[in-house]
Write a protein that binds this ligand. Sequence first.
Ligand code: PGA
Length: 248
Amino acid sequence: MRRKLAAGNWKMNGLRADLAELDALASRYEAPEVDILLCPPATLVAEACARSGAISIGGQDCHSGQSGAHTGDISAMMLKDAGAGAVILGHSERREDHEESSEDVRAKALAANAAGLMCVICLGESLEQREAANTLEIIGGQLSASVPDTATGENLVIAYEPIWAIGTGLVPSLDQIGEVHDFIRTQLERRFGAGVGRSVRLLYGGSVKPDNAADIFAVSNVDGALVGGASLKSGDFSAIIDALNDSA
Ligand code: PGA
């Protein structure tokens, strides 16, 4: 059985005062039945780890190297040292803003796993690609190139995030979400065998809100969500976590 996962991505939002939102989550979920992961900006990771209780803390990116002359970058080991347990890799905003390729993402994933971090690797098609009926081809290509051969159900989570659904309020139909998640599951089973392929958790991300979460969590092979905007406020994120818990 895959344990459900609610993951929050604060992106470039959050000052120290905003950790009050984490405090609220930590006191509400002292022994949650689903896994909860919050990924604040790097400046808040260490302090978040010190007060997160049963909630795991993750980074939003890491470098593929261990250390060295890479001004402004952060290594996986640094995140681990700060107390993080996971890192988001290959988010479409990284792929676009920083021209990260799937090969870059795979190198980062290897570094993250070597440091003992679980990776949440993001995949997603653009609106153009969806309209050209290329979604599965794009997702398949990103999946095979971004995920390292060493993947397991413990060190890898995949997040399907259609680029056109991120921060837009647009959400694919439940059938479209199911089609992509079933496809990712099949690809993982083919590549890694049924054992590993069935143990990797698949999250949906892109405009997940309290009012659509329950429907999305009922879709086959959706094991949770990667939540951006609605993870910034503990009230909204809690409603999504509760919907996931009810679906479990
Ligand atoms: P959103 O972002 O929930 O604000 O659409 C999701 C994400 O980018 O992870």
